[in-house]
Design a protein around this ligand. Structure first.
Ligand code: PLP
Length: 357
């Protein structure tokens, strides 16, 4: 029988901080494709660009890699409920893994700022959802407070189990390429994933599997760019809701990852994010949510500002699936709604409309 991917805990058990005998709550996360993107390589003038397509995870984002660890360990500790603050994807993932574990999930989302696809997932998996009057940072403060004082287990990325699980993305990249890329590019919100990939690469380096760690390039949205501004942003604003975070939870980890990897942080506008969102769909064939296009948008901007990536091999993590926040695909460049034309069922007329006749 062909080998079926067993989820990141079973695939990387010896390299993860989890004890033998701990229950394993998995939905088969990880093992996502590394997709060659020659159109993007050509656009930026690199030798090769690959997309690590994390939308292929069970709930449609990379959050599942960390959630399998966090929920497994919570269950191992006897937790009956998990709680998270979320811009959407963490809640979708927490709700699904809690359902698989047969425990309760509580989700705190910023009022009115969650994409419909993600909210529908949390509802479908029967999370207790509360919209908090405040932004993501307020939700996280509240979730931490509740987890400290009440019998509920925090599964946000301040929980080190999340970052531990997410580092497996780097392992998979190294396995596929048989080396590390020169540059690894990511969108940055709480900077948990940026820090996690660095951790994964560093472990590969320390084991002697790779000769150098890639330069870690992290990109934020201009209205929500604390790493670029050098301090927290009070009222973060961007259409990229997954990275609309003013006070990143993994601040110190991410700064040291940037320093140690000779990496960089940068910011892109919402218009640049949406342009790249369209480019990835139309020219590469990979449909991502807008936040997920931020890394590639930042790569392009960096090149346009004069940094050459000629001869480089680059991996860009695209973090979540396009169907999560599908409305953006149904608008044209000017923001007008796109609607398929209505035609009769006569072949001649249809051929004429399609310009075939
Ligand atoms: C969570 C998330 C991010 C940001 O990841 P951090 O670890 O918070 O930096 C980016 N894109 C998507 C789709 C996400 O769900």
């Amino acid at each position: 029988m062909a080998h079926q991917w067993r989820g990141v805990i079973r695939e990387y058990f010896d390299r993860l901080d989890i004890e033998k005998g701990n229950p394993i709550i998995t939905l088969g996360e990880g093992g996502t494709p590394l997709v060659d993107a020659p159109a993007l390589a050509k656009l930026v003038g690199a030798d090769e660009v690959y997309l690590k397509v994390e939308g292929m995870n069970p709930t449609g984002s990379f959050k599942d890699r960390g959630m399998t660890m966090a929920v497994s360990k919570a269950v191992g500790h006897g937790a009956k409920a998990v709680i998270c603050a979320s811009t959407g994807n963490t809640s979708a993932s927490a709700a699904a893994y809690a359902a698989a574990a047969g425990i309760t999930s509580v989700v705190l989302v910023p009022e009115g700022k969650i994409a419909l696809g993600k909210l529908s997932q949390a509802v479908a998996h029967k999370a207790q959802i509360l919209q908090v009057q405040g932004n993501f940072d307020d939700c996280l403060r509240l979730a931490r407070d509740l987890a400290e004082n009440y019998p509920v287990h925090l599964v946000n990325s301040v929980n080190p189990d999340r970052i531990e699980g997410q580092k497996t993305g780097a392992f998979e990249v190294v396995e596929r390429l048989d080396r590390a890329p020169d540059i690894h590019v990511l969108p940055v919100g709480n900077a948990g994933n940026y820090s996690a990939y660095f951790k994964g690469y560093l472990e590969e380096f320390n084991e002697g599997v790779i000769k150098r760690v890639p330069n870690m390039w992290g990109f934020q949205a201009e209205g929500s760019a604390p790493f670029v501004n050098g301090g927290p942003v009070k009222n973060p604003e961007t259409i990229a809701t997954a990275i609309r975070i003013g006070n990143p939870a993994s601040w110190d980890l991410a700064l040291s990852a940037q320093e140690c990897s000779d990496g960089r942080f940068g910011a892109v506008s919402d218009a640049e994010i949406l342009w790249m969102h369209r480019f990835l769909s139309q020219e590469v064939g990979v449909f991502v949510e807008p936040s997920s296009a931020t890394g590639a948008a930042g790569l392009l901007k960096t090149v346009q500002q004069g940094t050459s990536v000629a001869g480089k091999t680059i991996v860009v993590t695209v973090t979540g699936h396009g169907l999560k926040d599908a409305g953006w695909a149904l608008k044209d460049e000017d923001g007008n709604e796109i609607k398929p034309q209505i035609v009769s069922s006569r072949a001649e007329e249809v051929a004429e409309r399609l310009g075939l006749a």
